[in-house]
Write a protein that binds this ligand. Sequence first.
Ligand code: CU1
Length: 141
Amino acid sequence: MASKQVLVAVVAAAALAVAFLPGLAVATEYVVGDDKGWTLDFNYTAWTETKQFVVGDTLVFEYNSGAHNVVEVGGPDFLSCTKPANAVVWNSGEDRVTLDKAGRRWFFCAVGQHCQNGMKLKITVLETAAPTPQPAPAPFA
Ligand code: CU1
């Protein structure tokens, strides 16, 4: 009997921990493209759809530094694959970009026609993680 009570307590504690997890959210590091990395022939739009980016998270672009780069631009330049002269360019092959504020950010590879061929990433950074649904508060008695 005692072991059953212990089990119930453990399950309850685990449930509590899960319930409070969003409040304890730690910064997440996202390797762009997961095991494929930053490359051609990858659907980054589909990749972002399964992610939720929050201020404090980090993007890591991993690629062969001779083959690609990472340029951050504004929305219109993203659409047209235009690299402005003053654009921020990363080219280490393992570029870490901290998402330090909420809003949209646009990145593409400025090598050859890579951007035109889909090597581009658009994300929306949230101020905080979207809240999980909570039960409705009890009405006043
Ligand atoms: Cu590229």
